[in-house]
Ligand binder design. Sequence first.
Ligand SMILES: Cc1cc2nc3c(=O)[nH]c(=O)nc-3n(C[C@H](O)[C@H](O)[C@H](O)COP(=O)(O)OP(=O)(O)OC[C@H]3O[C@@H](n4cnc5c(N)ncnc54)[C@H](O)[C@@H]3O)c2cc1C
Length: 410
Amino acid sequence: MKVVVVGSGPAGLYSALTASERGAKVSLIEKSDKLGGTCVLYGCIPSKAMMFPLSLSYSSSKFGKTIDFSYGELEGFARNVTQRVSKGVEYMLESAGVEVITGRATMRSGKINVNGQTIDADSVIIAIGTNKPQFPGTIASDDLHFLERDFQSVLLVGGGVGGVEYGWLLNMAKKRVTIVEREDLLLPGHDLDLRQSVTSFFKRLGIDVRTRSEAKIGDDVKINGRSEKFDIVVFTFGRRPSLEGFEEIKGDKWVNVDEFMRTNVNNVYAAGDVTGSFTAHEAIHKGIVAGLNATGEKRTYDGTAVPKILYTHPEIAYVGSTEGKCVKLNMTEVVRAVTERSTEGFIKVCADETGILKGGVAFSERAEDIISVLAILIRLRVKLEDAKNLIFPHPSYLEGLWEALRRFKS
Ligand SMILES: Cc1cc2nc3c(=O)[nH]c(=O)nc-3n(C[C@H](O)[C@H](O)[C@H](O)COP(=O)(O)OP(=O)(O)OC[C@H]3O[C@@H](n4cnc5c(N)ncnc54)[C@H](O)[C@@H]3O)c2cc1C
């Protein structure tokens, strides 16, 4: 059996590995000369390489000490790690026996063409991700890791997840940060307690947060009609797939797929951001499902309880829905947080009337762990009453999750 995968991001990588593990002969086509896609080259990986040293600065400042990193040093960490992880992707594909072809793929009648040739295959997996927003006079979040130029002031257009993550990063890197957001709080569409706390925290950090505001970028930058000057302007939202060359696949903004990751074209699957999800872990799992089904399995993608993390400090993490009955615990009540002077933020857990856990938010240190554990409880449909009996270590941040669960009335 022959499978062709287009794209080497998380979705393409795991589609290819899965199909290959199931005995298919796999070719993966990537238009870039480096493997790994947005996540490895411009997104998850370089941003975290820059944020970790800044988290050390943030933590040490709580104890009256300063650790400084220049922007150039941070970019160096990003460059170094993207090369390393991209090589890792190359190695994984090579070890799995996947043939990698460099070139821009297009599709006609369900067949993939690249470098002037048509590749015959039983199944095709489209994992082409999205393109960064491109507006004259602006850059995208992707570009912030490799600017290689001096700048002091930065305008972030949009106070959603991108604006918040990079707002924190740039503020910690000692840049003058302005965030313009149309709505009255940062993080539109998210839990209200989270939005209020993060907006207030960002203002206390000294970030110029302009809510109920509009930025217009033309010959100059206007905020609410007034001209202002910034060294750089970053568009933090508006990624879209480029379906040029794939017109026969149906979709509006995103490619339409069913729960088997099948497109409207026979034997053509799609996975990852191109299908309208925005995290690498969703891309990976959609890729695995596509890889399985492209090689004869019948597996559905289950997107319940996917944890989402913003790697600021405190971290911002959430899962599921925060409607229904919720318990909110301030970090001042978590003894480990007190010992580490990390009492900013809160943990909130929500359940329905029958004691089924529905979701939660953590704006705290280790929010990543807290929400990942909550996500597991939700995914495995653990009842609130059973979750209360789980034993977490003391003193730990996870105890905050347990305490929130404990406070639900039986
Ligand atoms: C700044 C930033 C930070 C992010 N941080 C995080 C994070 O911390 N955690 C997280 O989970 N997610 C994060 N994301 C999102 C994450 O990067 C994406 O969800 C993930 O990369 C999607 O994977 P994918 O495989 O669907 O697509 P991509 O990673 O975009 O890969 C698509 C690949 O397809 C290739 N391609 C496209 N068209 C063609 C063609 N016609 N022929 C051949 N090749 C083609 C592209 O070159 C690319 O390599 C971030 C994104 C950005 C922009």
